[in-house]
Design a protein around this ligand. Structure first.
Ligand SMILES: [Zn+2]
Ligand SMILES: [Zn+2]
Length: 428
């Protein structure tokens, strides 16, 4: 076992300055899911300059893997997302998005700058640790498709399986704090469903000759919302939202189809399975009740498993973070109905699980937090147009949290992160 370095609470000034500049550049130039080409280029240029070897364009997407081989030892993967959202920024910040209608409203720019800052710190201190550092820049998290694409494309067959995966996510908590799961799930699992209700079109004057899919859909939307109120236990934390409903083209025509898209979230796969089956049942029953000419179609277009961090790894990293940041800045996370697709890269198809540490990174400025608490208001949260992380607090905390976690795993060796055999060497 190698000695653990003295706690480091902040990256050195020059490295922090570089991380801030990277963040500002990313924040000004957000890109939507699957189109993060400039984002990936900005990050890979910096990682290459730090001495990492970059493998770009994974799975035919902007996703990349940067690698730093530093002798024998565990492989630790840091993951950041790359994508932004179709949101118009309303923060009024001098470095606000320069791309109309697109904004880093989920904080993925903060994750990318923090992960790159951690890579810089680890590269600068490489004489003090051994192992293989991987930094994964993942495209298309917001659409819950990027991680799955990488898994299906054989990311680990090509580059070896990591001994642990580390990630963090910006959250509306006091800036500079971290919040870890307390043994159970941290984020819900989700399914995205697309439904088509088939009707029989006709003239608006003769509805008795038609089967109106618009009415079927309207009735189904009301009925679907009773599923979480009446068919799932409150403790399952199930959420169902119909996000789109499209039918018809003009007032005097009864259309022949209606389409719905809906999202399901819950903290167990069993609850998601039950909800999905209940959605199918309600749509089929509404079609039947309306004498539709055919049954509805229901397709799962995206899914993300429940995110449960490894309890042992989380417990050890909570202690590491308390040592580096102070115990008062390490909080207990409340499970969130938000979702993440990273589990596609930690719960593998062959049934094995790669230990995952995942924590929330507080981003709310202290003054905003105090005022909201005093007035009983909520603070601006992820996906909102006024979401504005407190860079001075959150970025150094995010860099230190990732760096300290990785150093802990490198220092303690593979036994610290599970009973996996050494990772195979990456293909050239
Ligand atoms: Zn998001
Ligand atoms: Zn996000």
């Amino acid at each position: 076992m190698r000695p653990v370095a003295a706690p480091e609470t902040q990256p050195p000034r020059a490295e922090l300055k570089a991380a801030v500049e990277l963040y500002l550049a990313l924040h000004r130039a957000p890109e939507l899911s699957g189109a993060e080409h400039s984002t990936a280029a900005l990050l890979t240029d910096r990682l290459t300059a730090l001495g990492l070897t970059v493998h770009p364009g994974l799975a035919g997407t902007p996703s990349f893997l940067a690698e730093l081989r530093n002798g024998p030892g565990p492989t630790v993967l840091l993951r950041t997302e790359l994508d932004a959202l179709p949101v118009t920024e309303a923060t009024g910040l001098p470095y606000a998005s320069a791309v109309p209608g697109v904004m880093h409203a989920c904080g993925h720019d903060l994750h990318a700058a923090a992960a790159t800052g951690a890579a810089a710190r680890l590269a600068a201190t490489r004489a003090d640790w051994q192992g293989r550092l991987l930094l994964l820049g993942q495209s298309a998290e917001e659409t819950l498709t990027g991680a799955r694409a990488l898994a299906d494309d054989g990311l680990y067959e090509r580059f070896g399986r990591p001994d642990a995966v580390l990630a963090q996510h910006a959250a509306p908590l006091p800036a500079g704090t971290l919040a870890h799961a307390t043994g159970g799930p941290l984020m819900a699992g989700s399914r995205t469903l697309e439904a088509v209700l088939h009707g029989r079109g006709g003239h608006a004057a003769t509805p008795h000759l038609a089967a109106d899919p618009l009415l079927m859909a309207a009735s189904a939307v009301v009925r679907l919302h009773t599923l979480t109120a009446r068919e799932t236990a409150p403790a399952e934390g199930a959420v169902l939202t119909v996000g789109t409903l499209h039918a018809g083209t003009r007032a005097n025509v009864i259309p022949d189809r209606a389409t719905l898209s809906l999202g399901l979230r819950a903290f167990t796969e069993a609850a998601l399975d039950r909800l999905q089956e209940a959605v199918r049942r309600v749509l089929a029953a509404e079609s039947e009740a309306a004498a539709a000419p055919g049954p509805p179609e229901l397709t799962v277009t995206a899914r993300s498993p429940v995110l449960t961090p490894d309890p042992d790894l989380t417990a050890s990293l909570r202690a590491v973070h308390a040592e580096h940041l102070g115990a008062g800045r390490v909080l207990a996370a409340v499970p969130s109905p938000a979702t993440e697709d990273l589990t596609h890269l930690t719960r593998l198809a062959d049934g094995t699980r790669i230990p995952l540490a995942y924590w929330m990174l507080g981003t709310t400025p202290a003054a905003t937090w105090r005022a909201a608490t005093a007035e009983g208001r909520t603070v601006p949260a992820n996906h909102a147009s006024d979401f504005a992380p407190d860079l001075r607090q959150a970025l150094p905390a995010g860099i230190t949290a990732l760096t300290a976690a990785a150093r802990h795993l490198f220092a303690d060796g593979p036994h610290a992160v599970g009973a996996f055999p050494p990772s195979p060497e990456a293909a050239p």
